[in-house]
Design a protein around this ligand. Structure first.
Ligand code: HEM
Length: 503
């Protein structure tokens, strides 16, 4: 059968018989402003670039799944980890750190190992590196440090003075720099390296017991590295060698995988460490804190569109699920802010609506609304505040993570003004009602002004209003009720404005 020719259309669907044709006056032009397709094509092309990631700009990604291989429920209560054999869809993006989007894959640089797990309790991002430690333990140093790894502001060249000047001033970076300048500083491919949380996280189980944890993803392909000369040569010959290797391996069915392990530490053990449990320039000794296997990560599907699915992927350590949370490590705490902040800049305020970032888990958030590129229906006609009328939110308090947070919160006791017991909110309201009583007609005016507004509200809302004002003064409540029933005795305000069925 003859192949059906592809019909080219404008962005609005109008079929274009000859896509190379432009509308012009006569044979030699000039062009016509009415040629929507030409103008649209050029205007869109002019806007094709979005900001590249400020770090980790060059990367490669693939889909796969995470499978639970061993029972870990005594450590963590997250639903996706609750049954052996349970599989969760995953997206992984590997990257180098310092180079620009077009830089060479064989650079001497840490490698990013960012994982998005699409769980039934929302998206969980494990935003890891291929090294178990990092250069800093004070977050304010991050922009200084990264600038020294980038280009000199004048020469626009990578600068060994900047690079080493930073290290000689910041001794805590020595551990990571020694890893970086070993051959592990240039992994042969993304498949032949491990992933590490680096940071200390906190996991808790369903009973509310929590532990500090570090996660390790050990390559089932083994570790392979490049020596300095091999890496330099490869950077020239094939700057995209790691992208090519990942894509081709998956394409030919050779799916790379990693075995997941957790190290756990109690609070008491943490107190006895010779370094801080929040210091990510240090590793936890494996002998004292053995690796415990719990899962496998497999990558078996290439993206069908790099820009849509990998460039637009937005990972953040703050995208988490119940029973997994950040520790008080200040670098990690700062990252919780930095990633969504950069996503809003790089991808826009609705970055979570981009399909690759969109959770499969049902979401509802009355205040995350509108904004540029709202594309998912915007929660339809559901309330845009926490409504008592048609509240589709089922509040499920696990309490566990919240409690854990309280435990390590060392700040001062909450100040008095947050204590809102009893009827403290009515004390001054009652005093005001009394003051109004001293001015002729003012108590009545208050009741009248409220009544004309409330008269249009639904019966259950009216009842709530009467109850509320009775706490100020029963007479005020009675006056409001009396007038409302006079103005609009039958409820005629129409049906509830919300229809959460559409969610
Ligand atoms: C204060 C410390 C840090 C800050 C402020 C920071 C900030 C950032 C920013 C702004 C991005 C770009 C994200 C984007 O455009 O989507 C990024 C990417 C990334 N960071 Fe960090 N980072 C820090 C430390 C770390 C550490 C300690 C790790 C690993 C343990 C890490 C792993 C990654 C990875 C894997 C990516 C790439 C994510 C992707 O593939 O999209 N970062 N970081």
């Amino acid at each position: 059968m003859a192949k059906k020719p592809v019909t080219v259309t404008t962005s609005q669907g109008y079929p274009i018989p000859n896509p190379f044709e432009t509308q012009r006056i006569g044979e030699h032009g000039p062009l016509l402003l009415q040629d929507f397709n030409l103008i649209d094509s050029l205007a869109h092309f002019d806007r094709e670039r979005i900001p590249e990631r400020v770090v980790h700009a060059k990367g490669s990604g693939a889909y796969g799944y995470f499978e639970v291989t061993d029972d870990i429920t005594d450590v963590v209560g997250s639903a996706f980890l609750n049954t052996i054999g349970k599989k969760t869809k995953a997206l992984v993006r590997f990257s180098t750190v310092g180079g620009e989007l077009g830089s060479a894959d064989a650079a001497r640089d840490p490698r990013g190992f960012a994982i998005k797990l699409y769980t039934e309790e929302g998206n969980l991002d494990w935003v890891y590196n291929n090294t178990p430690v990092f250069f800093i333990r004070d977050p304010i140093k991050f922009p200084h440090f990264i600038h020294t790894q980038k280009r000199n502001p004048q020469t626009h060249l990578k600068d060994p003075n900047m690079f080493w000047d930073y290290i000689i001033q910041n001794q805590e970076a020595i551990h990571q720099f020694m890893i970086l300048f070993s051959d592990r500083g240039t992994p042969a491919t993304y498949r032949h390296m491990n992933g590490y949380s680096g940071h200390t996280y906190k996991w808790s189980n369903e009973k509310g017991e929590w532990k500090y944890v570090q996660i390790h993803l050990i390559s089932d392909q083994g570790i392979k590295t490049l020596n300095n000369e091999e890496a330099v040569e490869l950077s020239g010959k094939n700057p995209d060698h790691a992208q090519e290797d990942l894509f081709n391996s998956i394409e030919k069915g050779d799916a790379p995988s990693w075995t997941a392990y957790v190290q756990t530490m109690t609070e008491e053990e943490a107190e006895k460490l010779p370094f801080s449990v929040y210091d990510l320039t240090k590793v936890w000794p494996h002998k004292q804190f053995p690796l415990r296997r719990f899962g496998k990560l497999v990558l078996n599907e290439n993206p069908s569109n790099y820009f849509a699915e990998i460039e637009q992927a937005a990972f953040s350590p703050s995208h988490t699920v119940p029973y997994q949370e950040a520790s008080a490590d200040p670098v990690l705490q700062s990252r919780l802010f930095s990633y969504p902040d950069t996503h809003r800049h790089r991808l826009g305020v609705n970055y979570a609506q981009i399909p690759v970032n969109c959770p499969y888990a049902k979401t509802f958030n009355p205040v995350i609304r509108d904004g540029a590129m709202t594309v998912n229906g915007n929660y339809g006609s559901a309330p845009n505040y926490l409504s008592t009328l048609e509240n589709p939110v089922e509040f499920k308090q696990t309490g566990v993570n919240y409690q854990a947070k309280q435990e390590y919160y060392q700040g001062p006791a909450l100040p008095f003004h947050w204590k809102v017991e009893g009827d403290i909110d009515y004390v001054q309201a009652r005093a005001l009602y009394k003051v109004l009583g001293k001015q002729p007609g003012q108590q009545k005016a208050l009741a009248h002004n409220i009544a004309v507004h409330v008269a249009n509200a639904l019966p259950q809302i009216r009842q709530g209003v009467y109850k509320l004002f009775a706490k100020v003064d029963q007479k005020l409540s009675n006056d409001i009720r009396g007038e409302v029933e006079q103005i609009n005795p039958k409820q005629t305000a129409g049906k509830c404005p919300y229809n959460h069925q559409k969610l």
